[in-house]
Unconditional design. Structure first.
Length: 458
């Protein structure tokens, strides 16, 4: 039997924009509205972020159901577009009260509450100011994070400043034309400004926390896609992996987990002809490291040397993707499944990042047409999801046994959630959401997850 320690947490992650629904807050606009209103045809079946599992209105009964499915922790997020609907960053008292009630209800059900400040959801006013790359972003975000620490810091054990900033910043400033987040433009300078603003905002939030008496731990959630070379004997492929790692991992984790300068990342900024606003904040960063790290892991990356005609003003000057011919695939998403990378992540956190406390904050498998292809007697029989969890947990357990400081495993996601542009095309949940009736029906994996959570193993 694979056995985890009694204090190890099994739970799930979700987000406000993907689960809450609008409730009485349709007038409070987010960055998502800026895309949805002009490009609704880009969203699968034209389903937007207004149609979700309606967690904001049904959270009391939903939490009872989630606990019955073995969820002992939930990482949710603050709906910033509703909590701070105006540019003066004044909190909405209705939402302030709601989050106190939500956190209390989680605790009532013996569910550990963990909250993310920005999980992709950005107020429209902030997006129009320039978003993550704006010169005023850090100050505005700090007002938000200070309020959240003051208001909820005594009720929470863990707060994350951001979720997957590489994805968010890249979707804003490395995508041109259709797709991506507003303003969906290509601008390397703005991309670097945005990433560096995330780092500075996180460090300043931690610096502020230290001036209070709150015991909450502040960290960040990053998505990792560890890189493997096409040919481990080819020096050019190995160099490409180093640069990919600097862009995808070290740009955030070296400053935030270690409080150190990400030298290769700085070199890339310089070579790409961009200015570096992080270099002026090195003392701040060295003194205010993250207290924990959340890692979202879904897929690895396979990397080779750059193409001969690579654009020297883009990341492609350093590396290119390689389509490995023989892999295990999730055909619904077109994603590679590689569980043993979970062990490698654990060892990396131990050896490269000073064994900082960390969680797997997202891991899961999305399947298209589950309800059509895998339903038997009214229940989705998702043995593939159980197998996916088991294989990844075996590797995570191996890393923990080797000394990696992982405190929990949170799946994506407890209830089928809406995804940006994919909407409900692919389903991740332990619990099925019927879009016609809004009925929430546990899948077979929910029964398995309950047993996992109770026994702390399988």
């Amino acid at each position: 039997m694979i056995k985890f320690k009694d204090s190890f947490v099994f739970g799930g992650s979700m987000s406000s924009i993907q689960n809450d629904g609008q409730g009485p807050f349709e007038a409070y606009r987010s960055n998502y509205d800026l895309v949805w209103e002009k490009k609704s045809d880009l969203f699968f079946n034209k389903i937007g972020h207004h149609k979700t599992c309606d967690f904001m209105n049904t959270y009391k009964e939903d939490l009872v159901l989630l606990k019955a499915c073995g969820i002992d922790a939930i990482r949710h997020s603050f709906a910033l577009s509703k909590l701070f609907p105006t540019a003066d960053v004044k909190p909405n008292p209705i939402l302030v009260k709601y989050y106190h009630e939500l956190i209390a209800e989680m605790k009532k059900n013996n569910i550990k509450p963990m909250m993310t400040i920005m999980h992709f959801d950005m107020p429209e006013w902030m997006a129009l100011e320039g978003g993550l790359a704006s010169e005023v972003f850090v100050d505005k975000f700090l007002k938000m994070s200070q309020f959240i620490i003051d208001e909820y810091g005594a009720e929470l054990e863990f707060i994350a400043t951001f979720n997957e900033p590489i994805i968010q910043c890249g979707s804003c400033f490395l995508v041109q034309g259709e797709g991506g987040f507003y303003p969906h433009e290509f601008n390397m300078q703005k991309y670097f400004d945005a990433i560096n603003n995330v780092i500075i905002s996180t460090a300043k939030t931690i610096a502020y926390l230290k001036t209070t008496n709150k015991k909450v731990k502040v960290g960040i959630v990053v998505d990792l896609s560890p890189a493997y070379p096409r040919n481990s004997l080819n020096q050019k492929d190995l160099e490409a992996v180093k640069y990919f790692t600097a862009y995808r991992e070290e740009s955030l984790l070296i400053p935030l987990a270690n409080g150190e300068v990400p030298q290769l990342y700085f070199k890339m900024i310089d070579e790409l002809g961009c200015s570096n606003n992080l270099s002026k904040n090195l003392d701040l960063i060295s003194k205010n490291k993250s207290m924990w790290i959340g890692i979202n892991y879904y897929i690895p990356s396979y990397i080779k040397e750059p193409k001969p005609n690579a654009d020297l003003k883009k990341f492609e000057r350093y590396f290119s993707n390689w389509d490995k011919p023989i892999v295990t695939m999730n055909k619904s998403r077109g994603w590679i499944i590689k569980p043993d990378t979970m062990y490698e992540i654990g060892m990396m956190m131990k050896n490269k990042y000073h064994n900082i406390e960390w969680f797997i904050t997202e891991n899961g498998i999305a399947i298209e047409d589950e309800a059509v292809d895998y339903t038997f007697e009214g229940k989705i029989i998702d043995d593939y999801r159980i197998e996916f969890y088991q294989e990844h947990l075996k590797e995570l357990h191996k890393a923990i046994t080797a000394g990696s400081n992982c405190s929990g495993y949170l799946i994506w996601t407890p209830i089928d959630s809406w995804s940006y542009m994919n909407a409900y095309k692919n389903r991740y949940g332990l619990i099925q959401l019927d879009l016609e009736t809004y009925k929430k029906i546990p899948k077979k994996s929910a029964t398995w997850f309950k047993e996992l959570s109770v026994k702390k193993g399988f």
